[in-house]
Design a binder for this molecule. Structure first.
Ligand SMILES: NC(=O)c1ccc[n+]([C@@H]2O[C@H](COP(=O)([O-])OP(=O)(O)OC[C@H]3O[C@@H](n4cnc5c(N)ncnc54)[C@H](OP(=O)(O)O)[C@@H]3O)[C@@H](O)[C@H]2O)c1
Length: 257
């Protein structure tokens, strides 16, 4: 299977690099510099979307929202039986259809963790995508991260939790590191400790399962140190802050559409 990637920026490059494990990937980018980069990194490169159409069975659109109208219009009436996959934030299946007139459409919403092949990806399938195409798509794209099939109505909430989520996690890690500095560690040491704690806790919860609160109880012994910290989080409304953060982000995502 040959996949044509349109736009070799952050997302296009990350997806192209992950997908080449399982498919032949050909790249088109409007920028000569990006085309040269893709070529130097071992991809087949073409100089126009027309060539890309000739050489691809599926197409992945990875340009900025501002550029996508031009890209989809340039594909209008030429996509045929190919799957047209977009990871452009806020671009609905109906808008993709209106602009490209393609019949087999897939909408994705990844997050920045695609850069390390660990993206959390929402996907919605247009009605023209056949069951076996959907299965092939899921098999191929699982190499980029975890895929969640969602109704399009859930994309705003997903954008807040999983799309913007890494920024909130980075903020938490930075806050932990600052707390370490307050307690006397150099920032780099404190950051390394914070990263280990966050990634180790995620691994533990994934591997052992259970409710997160069960693990809190295991760490917080009666009258011990941890419960002192938990009391502060409770008093300051930690869960409430996080819930409001996701809610406001989701509302903003809805307004952008
Ligand atoms: N970054 C994220 O965390 C993230 C998360 C979820 C979804 N997304 C979505 O992913 C998409 C790409 O984001 P990105 O961060 O990868 O953007 P990016 O780094 O700017 O990459 C886009 C690339 O497409 C090129 N391009 C522009 N117009 C083109 C055209 N007509 N034909 C072919 N290539 C063209 C750009 O070239 P020039 O630079 O020369 O314009 C650039 O190399 C966006 O729609 C965004 O909504 C991103």
């Amino acid at each position: 299977m040959r996949l044509g990637v349109i736009g070799y920026g952050n997302m296009g490059e990350s997806f192209a690099k992950a997908l080449r494990e399982r498919a032949e990937v050909v790249v088109y980018d409007v920028s000569e510099e990006k085309r040269q980069k893709a070529w130097a990194e071992g991809f087949g490169v073409v100089k126009s979307t027309e060539f890309l159409l000739e050489h691809s069975q599926w197409l992945l659109v990875a340009v900025k929202p501002l550029d996508v109208v031009e890209v989809l219009k340039s594909l209008r009436g030429k996509v045929g039986e190919r799957l047209l996959i977009s990871l452009v934030a806020g671009l609905s299946l109906s808008k993709m259809k209106e602009l490209s007139d393609a019949s087999k459409l897939i909408r994705l919403m990844p997050n920045i963790n695609a850069l390390v092949g660990k993206a959390t990806i929402a996907c919605a399938f247009g009605s023209g995508v056949e069951e076996k195409e959907k299965e092939s798509f899921l098999k191929l794209f699982s190499v980029c991260g975890s895929l969640y099939e969602l109704k399009e109505e859930a994309f705003d909430a997903f954008t807040a939790l999983a799309g913007s989520g890494p920024a909130f996690v980075f903020r938490f890690i930075h806050a932990l590191a600052l707390a370490g500095v307050k307690e006397g560690f150099p920032y780099e040491v404190a950051k390394s400790l914070a990263l280990d704690v966050v990634s180790g806790s995620c691994e533990l919860l994934k591997e052992k399962g259970g409710h997160p609160e069960e693990w809190v109880v295991k760490v917080a012994s009666p009258g011990g140190t941890t419960i002192e910290g938990i009391r502060v989080l409770e008093e300051k409304g930690f869960a409430g802050i996080v819930i409001e953060c996701i809610q406001k982000t989701s509302e903003k995502a809805r307004k952008l559409l």
